[in-house]
Design a protein around this ligand. Structure first.
Ligand code: ZN
Length: 380
């Protein structure tokens, strides 16, 4: 089988859509009017992804406030926040360029999603002619909604975590039920967990193992056959063309991450200085048999944070080197991250989000061509 390819999930929102989100926050347009803009951008994303030849397509998360907050708020400014949440939660991440992203804070129980990703899958299935994939958020990210130290009166942490696991399981099941063929779980907090950033207390609490165990509580509710099509995405962040945890030694994560009983992994690597060490760590730590399913390792071969488009030749060479360390039947090709995980993203290194959409398509095309060339050279 040729080397498989897969997108992570997001694409830059056109400036017109970003402005519509803002107009909606200000009360100048209705939710229906915002949705009409989202639908337009989603359809354009799907059509353009199909034109590249990508196997699985997504709407580029055009209808989502962000990869992490879609279940609980309609916009990043907090319009349409779910019950029992307030806007002033923990920093999810502080990025290298100084900007930060904040999560809502849980104020009481029970914790329930107000939007499930299946809503997007249904709409996308009606448009797409290629199979559809959907990215969902991890239980470990939702865990950060609960105050780090205190206990919420009447809603103990353990009860909250039970609810989180139920909601994430339901999110994944419903996405498959709506017709998604692949569901990947965003796990950007994995690498961040070892950052020890005093400005962001949760990153100093050594929570990686706790994250993995919690996410496995979700994964272990699925059969091996189902887990073949459930993936995990890791990256050092990717917002406003900046990162949040690239300086954290990658081996701290890669030596543990494959404990997750997922069937595939979408692994940032193109932006790493020492790519060969990453291939080696992935080869050494990924499992042939994760409770009945082999772990397919999709290596990031293009970088969504830079406007320079990788050549197919570069992609091919990266995959050929990776194949020295990772069995070729468990090797795939992906992008380092979504191209715009948050709905407001000016893509400063690109000059504009509209230009960044064009660049994203060129990068995806180069990835597909490079994977085809590598497959040919490897005889698979
Ligand atoms: Zn990412």
């Amino acid at each position: 089988m040729p080397i498989p390819t897969e997108v992570v999930g997001s694409l830059p929102r056109p400036m017109k859509l970003q402005e519509a989100y803002e107009q909606y926050d200000q009360g100048n347009i209705t939710f229906e009017e915002l949705q009409a803009e989202q639908d337009k951008a989603a359809e354009d994303s799907i059509k353009r992804l199909e034109a590249t030849g990508e196997t699985y397509v997504t709407d580029g998360e055009q209808r989502e406030s962000s990869f992490a907050t879609y279940p609980i708020t309609d916009t990043l400014a907090g319009t349409g926040l779910a019950d029992n949440l307030a806007g002033d939660g923990q920093f999810f991440a502080i990025f290298d360029d100084g900007h930060h992203r904040q999560l809502p804070r849980l104020t009481g129980g029970p914790f329930r999603y107000k939007t499930f990703a299946s809503e997007f899958v249904e709409k996308n299935k009606a448009i797409a002619s290629h199979p559809v994939k959907q990215a969902v958020i991890s239980a470990s990210m939702m865990m950060l909604l609960y105050p780090l130290e205190e206990e919420i009166e009447g809603y103990p942490r353990e009860q909250f975590l039970d609810d989180v696991v139920d909601q994430v399981e339901r999110d994944i099941r419903q996405a498959f039920g709506a017709g998604a063929e692949r569901v990947s779980i965003d796990f950007t907090e994995g690498r961040l967990a070892n950052k020890n950033d005093s400005r962001n207390p949760w990153t100093g609490k050594d929570m990686l193992q706790e994250f993995i165990d919690l996410n496995n509580r979700v994964l272990d509710r699925f059969s091996a056959e189902e887990r073949r099509n459930i993936g995990i995405h890791t990256c050092p962040g990717g917002d406003m063309d900046s990162v949040h945890s690239k300086e954290v030694p990658y081996e701290k994560l890669l030596t543990k991450m494959f404990q997750l009983n997922a069937g595939y992994f979408l692994i940032q690597c193109a932006s790493e200085d020492d790519k060969e060490t990453v291939y080696r760590l992935v080869g050494e730590n990924s499992r042939e048999d994760a409770n009945g399913v082999p772990q397919v390792c999709f290596i990031g071969v293009v970088n969504p944070l830079t406007p320079e488009v990788e050549t197919a030749e570069e992609v091919k060479d990266r995959l050929l080197t990776a194949a020295k360390y990772i069995p070729v039947e468990r090797l795939g090709a992906t992008d380092d991250c979504g191209f715009s995980p948050f709905s407001r993203d000016e893509k400063p290194a690109h000059g504009s989000p509209d230009f960044a959409r064009d660049v994203a398509m060129q990068k995806i095309s180069a990835r597909l061509e490079g994977a085809r060339m590598a497959s040919e050279e490897l005889g698979v």
